[in-house]
Design a protein around this ligand. Structure first.
Ligand code: FES
Length: 151
């Protein structure tokens, strides 16, 4: 199945002015992340070292090398939110979801918890976003209430 999806991306690449970055963008759109198998497949088909793909994929924040959660939870950790305890919210959510050190996604694939930058809502800091929904004046003690909405 991965081969079929990669072939579609490759056909598009040959039809246009594609490059490694556009292939990565298509992989991300298709799979939700950059699967190692897909990189190997393109590496062999195009005779481009896999390191070229991974070099770009690790340089840009928009690319993910691991599957992401169904719900992306972003806790703003810029100054206004930080001083109001944003890091505690991150810690509580990670703990509630049993996300291992070095990981950002729950084992069941339901949530990815990440730190984010200012979203321009400092007056209601600390701010948490889940998808397109924004939660202001968030509190670590009530972090699980936000998560429960998406269970
Ligand atoms: S610093 Fe968090 S919304 Fe501005």
């Amino acid at each position: 199945m991965i081969n079929n999806k990669c072939q579609i991306i490759l056909d598009k690449f040959h039809d246009g002015n594609g490059n490694v970055t556009t292939i990565l963008q298509d992989m991300q759109d298709t799979f939700g992340y950059i699967p190692e198998d897909a990189v190997d497949w393109f590496s062999k088909k195009l005779n481009i070292p896999a390191s070229n793909f991974f070099g770009i994929a690790t340089f840009y924040d928009e690319f993910y090398l691991k599957p992401r959660g169904k719900n992306i939870v972003t806790v703003c950790c810029d100054t206004a939110c930080y001083v109001k305890g944003a890091e505690n919210i991150v810690a509580k959510m990670r703990s509630d979801l049993k996300i291992a050190d070095g990981e950002d996604t729950s084992d069941d694939g339901k949530f990815t918890v990440q730190k984010g930058s200012c979203v321009g809502a400092c007056s209601i800091a600390p701010v948490v976003t889940v998808g397109t929904k924004t939660y202001g004046n968030a509190e670590a003690d009530k972090a699980s209430d936000i998560l429960k909405e998406y269970e």
